[in-house]
Design a protein around this ligand. Structure first.
Ligand SMILES: [Zn+2]
Length: 118
């Protein structure tokens, strides 16, 4: 099971709130061997009221990026069809729902997965 630090989660909520009512997007890196998410990676991206997109040219080609994060300012903590398409690239995807004050983790197929909060 992937593990995520509580402090990191708090930072993600804080950033999502800062971007409200726009979507916030960032990426996660960490230790693949211990399956621990350790860092937030910010890459230049476009975000608006109901979307967040990234130009793939800015994503590092090595395996630094373990997963994706984006917020749903008003939506639920479940992936849209566009989200599911985007999730294909990463084995770990986090949605932060501000309206529900809830998070959801999904694998690359869009299936909900459990993550341990440290
Ligand atoms: Zn979404």
């Amino acid at each position: 099971m992937w593990k995520l630090k509580q402090t990191l989660l708090e930072d993600l909520f804080e950033a999502s709130n800062k971007y409200y009512p726009d979507e916030f997007m960032c990426f996660l890196s960490g230790n693949k061997k211990t399956k621990t998410i350790e860092e937030i990676v910010f890459l230049p991206n476009n975000s608006g009221n109901n979307f967040a997109s990234i130009w793939e040219g800015v994503i590092p080609l090595d395996d630094t990026i373990l997963g994706s994060v984006h917020s749903h300012p008003t939506g639920r903590a479940s992936p849209s069809s566009a989200d599911k398409h985007f999730f294909l690239k990463y084995e770990l995807n986090l949605i932060i729902s501000l309206s529900e004050n809830k998070i959801g983790f999904f694998d690359n197929t869009g299936k909900q997965i459990d993550v341990e909060i440290l």
